[in-house]
Design a protein around this ligand. Sequence first.
Ligand SMILES: C[S@@+](CC[C@H](N)C(=O)[O-])C[C@H]1O[C@@H](n2cnc3c(N)ncnc32)[C@H](O)[C@@H]1O
Length: 353
Amino acid sequence: MSKPKVVSLFSGCGGMDLGFKQAGYELVWANDFEKAACETYANNLGSHIVHGDITEIDLKKIPECDVMIGGFPCQDFSMIWKRGGLETDRGNLYKYFVKAVQYKKPKIFVAENVKGLLTANKGAAVKTITEDFARIGYKVSVDLYNFADYGVPQIRQRIFIVGVRNDLNWEFSKPLPTHDKSNYVSSGKALVGVKKVKLNNEHQNIAEKTIKMLNLIPEGGNFSDIPKNHPLYVKGMISHVYRRLDRKKPSTTIIAGGGGGTWGYHFEEPRPLTNRERARLFCYPDDFEFFGSITEVRKQIGNSVPPLAAKILAEAIAPAFKATSKLKAKTQLPKQNRSSTLISQTRLKAKAL
Ligand SMILES: C[S@@+](CC[C@H](N)C(=O)[O-])C[C@H]1O[C@@H](n2cnc3c(N)ncnc32)[C@H](O)[C@@H]1O
């Protein structure tokens, strides 16, 4: 059987794409508008990546595919549910993903997003998303994952929205976890031998004051461990700030941006993690080279789907490509019944972990 073909939107450096490739898929087209991310993608995954704004790309130029994947940017939540004319549509990147799916009609689509999407606009955003995809002919599942439950050495909660084209005789179910708290992969294990890796492993220069501060924070702790009467004490910050890894546990969520204090810090040495250490916490192979400045690479990694998580999802949907199509068998339901079936098949299975 030939490999299922993947078209990828909002591809970033290609974390999700790498997972699909590892699961035996063929990547045929990808797009992102960040130059450095495209450079990383092209050097590791292939020159099929097109650099440019998705809103300016002619959908006719996207090749045929079996599966479309992508992580539309999260800042669009406020716009997703808005119904309006073209003015509202412009810049609403989620709608471009819907349009692309509607135009290319892949058998399956997989969209990744942050947990916050489940509660955005008091649930209206996710409801609109499932309805929009149901309307264009897909059975939609929305599931929350903690990637640590699948062997990623990082507590990272994200959702996958999986759409299965209505005519396929196949139903998606969330893959069963492979790990739990008793056997999570720890950050200490993930970082074994990392010092020997040359690519993207440079240390950043940090202020003397930051080193002093980190020395006051124990392994696994954060800014709140600095004694209140200490001159370096800082108050009222989010838990990410000056968070040091605990080598016995998966890392906490590695984020893409944010100023001083949010870079993720080593458990033993008083310093921020290197990008290679971050890449290890996302399960990138050591020969996957990232391009761009330290900040750009941090963003690419922090934005990405851990390839291992994407691979597990890609394997879970693989049986769909062997499934028969009702369309081919000419057993399509009458139009009226079909739309009501669509709505009833739209499942919202997300539950907090
Ligand atoms: C969450 S990241 C995707 C990460 C990717 N799925 C991975 O696993 O590496 C979202 C990406 O959308 C890209 N993006 C945002 N707006 C875009 C636009 N208008 N056109 C193309 N790409 C865009 C960003 O540059 C970013 O890389």
